[in-house]
Design a protein around this ligand. Sequence first.
Ligand code: HEC
Ligand code: HEC
Length: 302
Amino acid sequence: MKKEALLLISLFLFSCSKGDFKEGKTFIGNQHVTADTLNLGKQVYTEYCMACHGAKGDGNGPAAKGSVPPPRNFTQGLYKFGWVKNSGLPTDEDFKRIIQKGLHGTAMFPWDISDDQTYAVTQYIKTFAPQVWENLDNEPSEPIEVRKDPFTIARKDFAIKKGKAVYHLVANCQSCHRGYATLSELKALGKEFGYDAPEELSSDYYEVKIQESEFYFHDDKERLAKYLPPDFTWHELRSINSLEDIYKRLVSGITGAGMPVWRDVIEDDEIWATAYYVQSLREIKDKPERKELMRKLEEGKK
Ligand code: HEC
Ligand code: HEC
């Protein structure tokens, strides 16, 4: 849908909205939010967000039809892209980044709104899921810590090679995403880094495998969204703008969407190495190197 059409729908919805907040609210972590902030948030939401996320916040706005992935249903109180420990709720900083930078490859654009507007709309979104945000027994989330990159640019090539080994032989990312190495490469990498290599490759080794999620759309709790793990040489990555973003995503996982948390599952230097490797795969998107890699994998099967 064109941005102009969205704006028209938004203006229409805006003119029908009423029922302003008379009182403030208290959210998890003893965060007091004034009625003025919530009213500003509602105004921003109605103008920019409601067309997709819906008047009730259930992801069922008029512009949501046919959107893949569907807009988030805020009544569920479940979110994917925080940088927080233990698959926790996003922090206000996370919401700010998601709203202002958008989610690449989806209908969730980067929204050019001020920090005050962003803060206000974030608080308003929380009012759609009071069972989560107004349950003051819930602990506030803790942001992940970013541990030091042990490789840096100086040892980039080594990091990519190690990451390729970790990706295919330790973390088995290809069990959901796809593989990018031939059997003979895997055997050589196993020898070099001391990891076990497979004797043969499964028939779907080079395919992405669609995953079940915990997200439902609108009020149909039976119909759970399914998400395709990206092929890093092909798809856009929602929350990623840099190497460090990949590291942070691996440390945090993607809550509710089937992408595991990798901190404490593999070593921190293995997470960094895998981030370098994924970044190297992203860099061959739309380049002749991608064609060359696909040809090599095809050859390797014979
Ligand atoms: C054109 C449709 C559209 C509009 C308008 C829109 N969004 Fe979204 N939004 C989406 C889609 C689609 C997703 C789900 C992306 C995914 O699942 O990867 C999403 C997801 C989100 C998420 C969830 C992020 C997470 O970590 O789970 C938040 C928060 C959000 N949008 C806030 C907003 C706000 C605030 C506005 C208005 C300023 C807005 N959106 C406007 C389509 C839209
Ligand atoms: C159990 C299945 C599963 C495994 C194992 C898995 N992933 Fe994912 N991953 C997913 C799914 C599903 C998505 C897409 C989620 C979505 O679209 O919201 C994803 C998305 C991603 C993204 C994109 C994030 C973004 O912002 O779009 C990255 C990067 C990623 N995975 C890296 C990895 C790496 C590296 C490994 C191995 C260390 C791995 N994944 C293992 C299921 C998995």
